[in-house]
Ligand binder design. Structure first.
Ligand code: NIG
Ligand code: FE
Length: 428
């Protein structure tokens, strides 16, 4: 007797499972996308009930709702493990300044950059922030992203950081993309603390982190067992190593999971520090040292790389992701979608850049943007691959070869999105 499924996807030319052994992929395993030719998937109650050869799935399941994939590629929905998409205004003037040669960290030092977005975000209403972020999530979904992390960090005071958390919670409730929240109060020093930076670290540790944790405990995120992360930007003109240590240790004591922006421009020792403190991910890694690469490889921390930042700066220098993978690090890809350093909603675009400038093979880029990205935000057991029991988050791409998704750029091969088993047509 056949079991009844809510949805069957049959005749998949290439079923890209990105299946792992319950851990992020490393080394040679990153070149294996778990490809099944002539594949099929059965979905029950929004979760993957079975996958394998199309004929075998059809033998075991029946359904009122069958999708014929017509030989196309079906893959896990992308996971974007690092975004800053809640903000007001834009940074179009800064875009022009950078084209004329202005430096990102100099702009920040002069009170522009992140700080200009902070002023606008403080003045924006909750509804305005929700509406503009929903529009960004729509673009991400249209590019195949079905789960994303979102950071605060444009408030830099208690009131606005908490307002941003409220926005992030609302986004998770109103938008199909599943969200993981991160508190990034330690993103930059707000103007009112420019002369006494340690006083802002005191405010973060004494007030913002504890209040944010109380907020989380009463939020729907806690109820659905979504983790809550704290993040720090360790960089020249941002948080120094000692300040980073203080924030990470305070956050850890409150039970936050840890993340850090490390080595984006300058190596201040944040990668070592964060790995030693058991961070779930360390992100950017452009200036990570050889010794820290070995530490990362020997740890459970995921290395998240953000090649959109280098591309957006017009730089020819990228994080040495080839070396990270060859050394055995678990590497994930993210858009870092934000108004300043990376105005990019598309994981396929990130993959296209990573393949060309960081010498990832398309298979490695796929695993980095799905299963490893899921582990980078504590969601590796729930999504990021097509495996039994995982959320039915999948994309049908308008191609019969998965390598085309990193090969083509500037367009969008996303055909249909299946989110928690619900099919959405998203042809742009
Ligand atoms: O990941 N590095 C710090 N934060 C962001 C940039 C945010 C902004 O410029 O608004 C990043 O690159
Ligand atoms: Fe960032």
């Amino acid at each position: 007797m056949k079991s009844n499924a809510n949805l069957l996807i049959l005749n998949v030319g290439q079923l890209i499972t990105c299946a792992s052994d319950g851990k992020p992929k490393r080394g040679a395993a990153m070149r294996d996308v778990g490809l099944i030719e002539n594949g099929g998937v059965a979905v029950i109650d929004g979760n993957i009930a079975a996958f394998g050869k199309s004929a075998d799935v059809e033998d075991s399941f029946c359904s009122d709702h069958t999708l014929d994939a017509q030989g196309k590629v079906v893959a896990p929905g992308f996971v974007d493990p690092h975004t800053h998409i809640v903000f007001a205004g834009d940074r179009l003037d800064e875009f022009e300044l950078k084209i004329e040669g202005a430096d990102y960290l100099e702009i920040l030092e002069k009170g522009g950059g992140i700080i200009s977005t902070v002023e606008k975000t403080r003045n924006a209403s909750l509804d305005e922030l929700v509406d503009t972020a929903v529009a960004r999530l729509d673009k991400m979904l249209a590019c195949g992203t079905t789960t994303a992390e979102i950071k605060t960090g444009y408030g830099l005071n208690t009131e606005t950081e908490l307002k941003m958390l409220e926005v992030i919670a609302k986004l998770d409730l109103v938008h199909p993309i599943d969200i993981v929240p991160t508190l990034l109060a330690a993103h930059a020093f707000p103007p009112e603390f420019r002369e006494d930076r340690n006083a802002y670290v005191d405010l973060i540790c004494g007030e913002i982190l504890p209040k944010a944790w109380d907020w989380y405990v009463n939020s729907h995120f806690r109820a659905k067992k979504t983790p809550f992360y704290a993040d720090v930007f360790c960089e020249k003109n941002a948080f120094d190593l000692q300040q980073t240590k203080t924030v990470l240790e305070t956050a850890k004591a409150l039970w936050f999971g840890l993340k850090a922006h490390c080595d984006e421009f300058t190596n201040l020792g944040a990668s070592r520090l964060s790995i030693e403190h058991g961070a779930t991910s360390i992100d950017h890694l452009d200036a990570i040292s050889d010794e820290e690469i070995d530490m990362l490889a020997a740890s459970d921390t995921v290395g998240v790389i953000t090649p959109t930042v280098n591309f957006n700066l017009g730089s020819a220098q990228f994080a040495d992701a080839r070396r990270l993978i060859d050394s055995g690090c678990a590497v994930a890809l993210s858009t870092d979608y934000n108004p300043g350093s990376a105005p990019c909603p598309s994981q396929p675009t990130v993959m296209a850049i990573a393949c060309r400038y960081q010498k990832l093979q398309p298979a490695e880029a796929f695993n980095a943007a799905t299963i490893n990205a899921a582990f980078a935000i504590g969601q590796g057991q729930r999504t990021g691959s097509i495996e039994e029991g995982k959320r039915a988050d999948m994309v049908i791409f308008e191609t019969d070869d998965y390598r085309q998704i990193a090969y083509e750029f500037g367009g969008n091969l996303t055909g249909k999105i299946i989110k928690r088993g619900e099919v959405r047509n998203l042809k742009l």
